[in-house]
Write a protein that binds this ligand. Structure first.
Ligand code: ATP
Ligand code: MG
Length: 264
């Protein structure tokens, strides 16, 4: 089992969209995949046409915060979205985890513990975690639970803000979780033939080289089908399979999967 997370403190860079596209591709290619919505915004959940219990979202239950570690078999209740894809849903109720975790020892380790427990029951090939746009105890849990971080990057003015901080946070977390690393960047919502976009991509590519990670190709183009799919509760491959942007995500997902499989 490999755990991959989509992380970028900047909001609206297509973390959720990319998490869904990857999970959807992995599941269609016979990889048993668990998709974890670990964002109190719950966008991943609603984008798949799902709805969670506002008082007690699955992602919160999944952490088993209320009871002692030994006594609690994980109270997971996942939705089967398509044969190989399970989803842990979330919503605003997950905010409570920030408060509940703050006074707990090992507070950054609960998501990993939950994933390890569920992995004993279900033979997941991949766990994909969608994170919230901030750096909080929730994000620390995401990093501690991950081996591979993918950074969705929307190429525009100011896109680099927060990226250095993210790499610093990963470095710090590596002291506790040595297997953690940034696998690379995914360029999202890229407008074609725009000079500032090309400059931004060139500069993040240089930065990726310096950091020893990569920029996955192709860049995902800006396209309305991507923005429309969630309002129909469908993955992009389901909503607009013939669109160019769906093809971008297919190629990108193949490249990510090949990289991960090559690391076996
Ligand atoms: N390639 C694209 N073209 C056009 N719209 C896109 C594309 N990718 C994502 N979007 C839209 O942009 C918005 C932001 O995307 P998304 O929710 O995936 O970002 P996010 O990084 O998860 O945001 P947040 O930080 O709030 O969690 C959404 O409305 C999404 O549908
Ligand atoms: Mg999101």
């Amino acid at each position: 089992m490999k755990v991959i997370s989509l992380v970028n403190q900047k909001g609206g860079v297509a973390k959720t969209t990319t998490a869904i596209a990857l999970a959807d591709y992995f599941a269609r290619h016979d990889k048993k995949t668990l998709l974890v919505d670990f964002d109190p915004q719950g966008s991943l959940t609603t984008s798949l046409g799902l709805a969670d219990d506002p008082d007690n979202p699955q992602a919160l239950k999944f952490l088993s915060l209320e009871k002692s570690i030994e006594a609690t078999p994980i109270d997971y209740n996942i939705d089967v979205y398509n044969g190989n894809l399970h989803v842990v849903m979330s919503n605003i109720g997950l905010e409570k985890a920030n408060m509940l975790l703050s006074s707990r020892p090992g507070r950054e380790r609960f998501l990993r513990r939950a994933i390890n427990k569920i992995a004993q029951k279900e033979n997941y090939d991949y766990v994909i975690i969608d994170s919230n746009p901030s750096f909080s105890i929730l994000t620390m849990n995401v990093l501690f639970a991950s081996e591979n971080v993918l950074v969705p990057f929307k190429p525009e003015f100011n896109s680099h803000k927060g990226i250095m901080q993210l790499f610093d946070n990963v470095e710090e977390m590596k002291e506790f979780q040595p297997d953690l690393r940034v696998l690379g960047f995914v360029i999202t919502m890229a407008r074609k033939n725009v000079k500032s976009v090309e400059e931004s991509i060139a500069s993040i590519s240089t930065f990726a080289d310096e950091q020893g990670c990569r920029v996955f190709r192709p860049a995902i183009r800006l396209a309305v089908a991507c923005a429309d799919a969630p309002s129909h509760g469908k993955s992009l491959s389901c909503y607009a399979p013939d669109s160019n942007v769906a093809k971008d995500y297919e190629q990108l997902s193949r490249s990510v999967l090949e990289t991960l499989e090559g690391m076996l």
